[in-house]
Write a new protein. Structure first.
Length: 294
């Protein structure tokens, strides 16, 4: 076995002195005095052995009774028997063969005066109930406080969301107005560029038509009759080359203008796509805020 030093007190005892006082009060109480005869019957009386012991579930190991015969055992068995007695203890000797009489206590006193240990226990239960009630009340107050705090927090969050929704609506309206005017401007510029392209194509076709007609009108004859010598023919060819180069330069300028216009159109189209994407993004945000508000 192992040695026992400090003992853990039960919860109903505040300190060692309280533990001893409560046990003393219990042992000296009227209740114990009225029922101590039952304990005597189990330990020293007629309920220690036999059928009455079986009925009272008071049967012990056979070797623990004081009249157990072990003299015929060898040394090893005797040693085991004695070790068992040391380990388990020995049943006291039976002293009474009949039911032990109860202690005579006045009935009025038994009914009017509760046992001291019961008074202490009842008072302790009352104190514990009061403490539990106070704890419960504090928990209820904390619960109400947390509920109010949570409601205030939720209301503040909801108000922030509403304010944010109003700001989003205002920004959306302002952006729609700005982008609407910008889109109208871009559409107007696109219409102007389209008209400029059409005018350019028309003038270009007219110019080429006039050029071809003038060429056919001025040069539709026999060159051999017009030029008397070879030098005049070469000079005329040189003049034609100069005019052709001039027309090529003009055509190059027109092509540069067209390329510049196309770049500008691409730029406007890119900005237009970005504006459309921004409108869609804000519209999605507005829809999400409206769903959250609902």
């Amino acid at each position: 076995g192992r040695s026992i030093d400090n003992v853990i007190l039960p919860k109903w005892a505040k300190n060692p002195k309280d533990f001893v006082s409560i046990n003393r009060a219990a042992l000296e109480s009227e209740y114990v005095s009225c029922h101590i005869n039952d304990w005597i019957d189990l330990i020293f009386g007629y309920k220690q052995r036999g059928k009455e012991a079986e009925k009272a579930d008071n049967i012990f190991q056979l070797t623990t009774y004081d009249d157990f015969e072990y003299e015929g055992f060898n040394d090893t068995k005797k040693l085991n028997y004695l070790l068992g007695i040391i380990e388990l203890g020995q049943t006291p000797r039976k002293l009474f063969s009949e039911e032990h009489p109860k202690k005579k206590i006045p009935a009025i006193k038994m009914l009017s005066t509760p046992p001291e240990f019961l008074k202490m226990k009842i008072q302790r239960i009352k104190d514990e109930n009061e403490q539990k009630l106070k704890i419960l009340q504090n928990l209820e107050k904390e619960k109400e406080s947390e509920k109010e705090t949570l409601e205030e927090y939720c209301n503040s969050i909801l108000q922030e969301k509403k304010d944010s929704l109003e700001q989003v609506k205002e920004v959306m309206q302002r952006k729609e107005a700005e982008w609407g005017s910008e889109l109208d401007k871009i559409k107007g510029n696109n219409a102007k560029l389209k008209g400029a392209f059409e005018e350019y194509d028309r003038k270009k076709n007219e110019y080429y038509k006039e050029l071809i007609e003038g060429w056919e009108k001025n040069h539709n004859y026999n060159l051999e009759k017009r030029f008397t010598n070879r030098e005049e023919l070469f000079a005329y060819v040189k003049t034609l080359e100069i005019e052709i180069n001039k027309y090529k330069l003009q055509e190059k300028e027109f092509e540069d203008i067209i390329e510049s216009m196309q770049k500008q159109i691409s730029k406007y189209q890119k900005e237009d796509n970005q504006n459309v994407k921004e409108i869609n993004r804000l519209q999605n945000k507005l829809d999400f805020a409206a769903e959250f508000e609902d």
